[in-house]
Design a binder for this molecule. Structure first.
Ligand code: NIG
Ligand code: FE
Length: 387
């Protein structure tokens, strides 16, 4: 194996508080790293760097852990730009537009879906994302959900069965819950790591508390780990169900009661905030400070999807989190990297330390502060090649 020494690192964000400045970001200035076989082999001050087979000078840039985008819906066809425009003119988001994407996705061939999925993954990588979760949920038949998960599995191990995205138009609710917990789950479970439910009593299209509990329990019995779309449109039961059932993450968390915050603080379910959704649906942002001050683990993700939020950009999400949710730049970057890794229960990514994957992102800037400081500027990209 060839060891590569990376030098010229003005600032290294490790997310390892045992090194550098001792903060949660574990910041090291004038740093160097050794990468070998796709793993980090050494991290420290440039002045103490060991010898290596090769050297690569990064020219005074900052290096951060690659973003971990723990929530994305990337297998779809069709376009809902007109729905976005209508929303900007005052129409409320309620998930009804999902049916449009379901129809377009069912009608698309495998090659078309694979190609657009690949483009979205490339778009994410070009903005520094090195780990991404991908959900099904725009098929909603046994064959179409299996197809989405097979395609997702070609690009990531973080595949999520979201047959319970909405009840398809013209289908009886009870019949659909039986299908999702029966034949569809049996067919999809071998292709998925996770199961997710859009739990939202305020939407006529999504699932209530009893349905969500039934679906998540069946998923767990089929060997899947749990995630939940909860409390997006109302202070519904999603957060408390997620904590009670031991879900790795509950995502959105836009409308929370004190009991929801206490439940999250007392459990090990991550609260994943998706502020791109509030931006793109013109809704009030989640109260990130309330969660952080209560000691809840917070992650940030894009929720990249054609309806509620069509951005693939984690730097944009970090900027929103800082500007609109009053997270500090350090809290936001941690949530978009280490937080996402915890939301996916991954201990090999999100932190730059010996033994971890060398999934790194490079900034055309000297410090991580430039991510929210220079919003909309393409500063971040995944670091390609050996190290
Ligand atoms: O996470 N809320 C449910 N699902 C997606 C939106 C899907 C869509 O509108 O196509 C979300 O926001
Ligand atoms: Fe989502």
């Amino acid at each position: 194996m060839t060891a590569t020494l990376l030098t010229g690192v003005a600032e290294l964000v490790t997310n390892d508080p045992s090194v550098g400045d001792g903060s949660p970001l574990g910041l090291l200035r004038d740093a160097a790293l050794v990468v070998e076989g796709g793993r980090v082999a050494w991290v420290g001050q440039a002045s103490r760097a060991p010898d290596a087979d090769r050297r690569r000078d990064l020219g005074g840039r900052a290096v951060i852990p690659g973003f971990v985008d723990s929530h994305a819906h990337l297998v779809f066809a069709g376009d809902r730009a007109a729905e976005f425009a209508a929303r900007m003119a005052g129409t409320r988001y309620d998930g009804g537009g999902i049916a449009t994407t379901v129809a377009a996705t069912r009608a698309a061939g495998d090659a078309e879906l694979r190609a657009s999925l690949g483009e979205r993954i490339a778009e994410m990588r070009a903005q520094g994302t090195t780990t991404v979760e991908v959900k099904s949920g725009y098929g909603l038949t046994v064959a179409d959900e299996v197809r989405a998960l097979r395609l997702a599995g070609e690009v990531t191990p973080e595949t999520t069965f979201l047959g319970a995205h909405v009840v398809p138009a013209g289908t009886d609710r009870d019949d659909y819950v039986r299908l999702v917990t029966g034949e569809m789950l049996t067919a999809c479970a071998p292709h998925a790591r996770w199961i997710d439910v859009f739990c939202e009593p305020a939407s006529p299209h999504a699932f209530d508390a009893d349905e969500t509990r039934e679906i998540l329990t069946a998923g767990r019995d089929a060997g899947l780990a749990l995630r939940v779309h909860g409390n997006q449109l109302s202070a519904g039961p999603g957060v408390r169900l997620a904590v009670e059932l031991g879900a790795a993450s509950v995502d959105h968390c836009t409308h929370l009661t004190d009991a929801d915050v206490s439940a999250l603080a007392g459990g090990d379910t991550v609260a994943t905030l998706l502020p791109g959704v509030e931006f793109s649906t013109r809704s009030p942002y989640p109260d990130a400070r309330r969660l952080l001050d209560a000691g809840v683990t917070v992650a940030l993700a894009t929720d990249c999807n054609p309806g509620s939020c069509y951005t693939s950009s984690m730097p944009f999400v970090v900027a929103l989190a800082v500007r609109e949710m009053r997270m500090t730049p350090a809290e936001a970057l941690w949530a978009a990297t280490a937080g996402g890794a915890i939301a996916l229960r991954r201990d090999d990514v999100g932190v730059v330390a010996p033994g971890r994957r060398a999934d790194l992102a490079l900034l055309d800037a000297p410090s991580h502060l430039h991510i929210p400081y220079r919003p909309g500027v393409p500063l971040v990209r995944a670091l390609d090649g050996p190290g």
